[in-house]
Design a protein around this ligand. Structure first.
Ligand code: ADP
Ligand code: MG
Length: 494
């Protein structure tokens, strides 16, 4: 896939510009109650070995049985990534020994993965978009976890994660900057969370990425890559890419060459270091797992899953733009996280007139609510202002019962104290005054006391704003600005 190269993506070296090329292998834990080939629970945080079946412990003679739900989740993910779903795929054994993996091999998919090529649209700062190609998605088993801090002389192993289903989502080397890599993982995570196929919790290890980085002269042939293993933080991933690209450029500019190797990122030192070189790479001796039949689907099975997909972020964004006239930026902010989009949609559902106030509601959700939540480091699920309360505030503005300015005070009260916005407006006398009779006396007094300003306004109608300001002030912000404007114009004869 070709991606437009913006000059700003290039890195300046001593001998000219370099382009960084990145491809990601993302491991996403499949959302499912039980493991890929056993009925053991996938629950996080149980006591060591609390969720281990005989299959997971690789007892002799145990046979794997495919978990249909994991298969459905992988197909749904493929569809969500606009990817080719392969009607026939094969499980292979990837042979290697490591103490966290009692089988002595990992069941994975090699030559015939369940999902083939796809694309992800990634939005960047400034409204720029790049399309990142997906190479494949395959299903595989997770390994257990070694515990080195339980005994001074021994290592222990916890097999709870052993056999949990992972989707490995491999991108093409289409990514051209750390910014793009971060935006790609963020978008991928969002799509998975909308689909409900992976919870995307990077802290718990549900989503982690191996990051392949190389550099080349702009537009030149691909350079040799290094793979940074197991990144489980988007911001560390960005730092690791920046460091790694510069490290490679320095070596190349000094006349050296890059060794293809696996590296680890140390966030404390802010650098990557070698873990193993290509020479030490495993020969996995892949072969089809004789205990498992190939997976075969009918077209109807895939079509059914496709019909059941939820609305995904790109579609939702397009709909918000078309239906409510939101800017692409605002629509993007609303759909980026599933919970935030759901909140906005609950507000919409409760508005008295969503065609009229849908856009106003978006402004309130983004600027007042998200702004405030971000400031206090809270997320939407813990919002003190509910969707119903926010919808009521927007209704009150839309119906011109309160001004936007008063609405901010009302929002503050609801945030601090809770309560029904309609009742609060009544009880605290916050209603906007549209009754011209009540305003008229104030307007007359101000005009009488300020003949010089009257002359100014007559000469230059924009000066009427001074009067509007005065009237608003003396009404405690409750006068309807439009009514004040109209009244002033007729009194001043302009
Ligand atoms: P492996 O399975 O050995 O790691 P793959 O060929 O499947 O190798 O590629 C793994 C990842 O490396 C993919 O995401 C791919 O886009 C990326 N990649 C391949 N070549 C390069 C390169 N020259 N620079 C950066 N990334 C690359
Ligand atoms: Mg790899």
């Amino acid at each position: 896939m070709n991606v437009a190269v913006k000059p700003s993506n290039l890195i300046k070296g001593a001998s000219g510009d370099w382009e960084v090329v990145i491809g990601l292998e993302v491991h996403a834990q499949v959302t499912s109650h039980s493991k890929l080939f056993s009925g053991a629970s996938t629950e996080f945080g149980g006591k060591p070995d609390a969720h281990v079946s005989l299959v997971d412990a690789a007892m002799p003679g145990m046979l794997p049985v495919i978990n249909e739900e994991c298969v459905r989740q992988a197909v749904r993910t493929g569809l969500g990534l606009n990817a080719q779903v392969n009607l026939r795929s094969v499980f292979d054994r990837k042979n290697y020994f490591y103490p966290d993996s009692p089988q002595g091999y990992q069941i994975s998919q090699y030559k015939s993965p369940i999902v083939g090529e796809g694309v992800v649209e990634v939005e960047l700062e400034g409204g720029h978009t790049v399309t990142i190609g997906i190479e494949r998605l395959h299903l595989e088993q997770d390994a257990g976890k070694l515990l080195h801090d339980q005994s001074p002389t021994m290592s222990y192993v916890d097999l709870n994660r052993c056999g949990v289903a992972l989707m490995e989502i491999v991108s093409k080397p289409d990514i051209r900057s750390s910014e793009q890599a971060k935006a790609y993982v963020t978008k991928l995570r969002s799509i998975l969370r909308y689909l409900g196929t992976c919870d995307g919790d990077m802290e718990k290890g549900s989503l982690r990425a191996d990051v392949n980085v190389s550099v080349r002269r702009p537009g030149g042939p691909l350079g040799t890559r290094c793979e940074i293993k197991n990144m489980n933080s988007i911001s560390f991933m960005g730092q690791a890419i920046e460091y790694e690209a510069r490290r490679q450029i320095e070596i190349l500019e000094d006349g050296g060459s890059i060794d293809q190797e696996t590296r680890l990122y140390d966030p404390n030192k802010g650098e990557t270091r070698s873990m193993r070189s290509k020479e030490e790479a495993h020969d996995y001796r892949y072969f089809p797992d004789p205990d498992l039949l190939p997976l075969e689907f009918s077209e109807a099975f895939v079509a059914d899953l496709k019909a059941g997909l939820p609305e995904l972020p790109d579609q939702k964004k397009a709909r918000f733009i078309a239906e409510f006239g939101l800017s692409p930026y605002d629509a993007g902010v609303l759909v980026a996280e599933r919970e935030r989009a759901e909140f906005y949609e609950t507000v919409l559902a409760r508005l008295a007139d969503k065609a009229r106030d849908g856009k106003l509601a978006a402004n309130w959700v983004i600027n007042e609510l998200f702004g405030r939540l971000n400031k206090e480091g809270r997320d939407i699920t813990g919002s003190p202002v509910s969707a119903a309360q926010l919808a009521a505030i927007v209704d009150l503005i839309g119906q011109r019962t309160i001004s936007g300015k008063i609405a901010k005070d009302l929002f503050e009260i609801v945030w601090q104290e809770g309560g029904d916005p309609h009742a609060l407006v009544e009880a605290r006398g916050m209603k906007q005054v549209t009754d011209l009779g009540a305003i008229e006396k104030v307007v007359d007094d101000i005009i009488a006391a300020n003949p010089d300003k009257v002359a100014q306004a007559k000469a230059k109608p924009a000066a009427i704003q001074w009067f509007v300001g005065q009237v608003m002030k003396s009404s405690g912000g409750k006068a309807n600005p439009q009514a004040v404007n109209d009244l002033l114009k007729s009194k001043l004869g302009i």
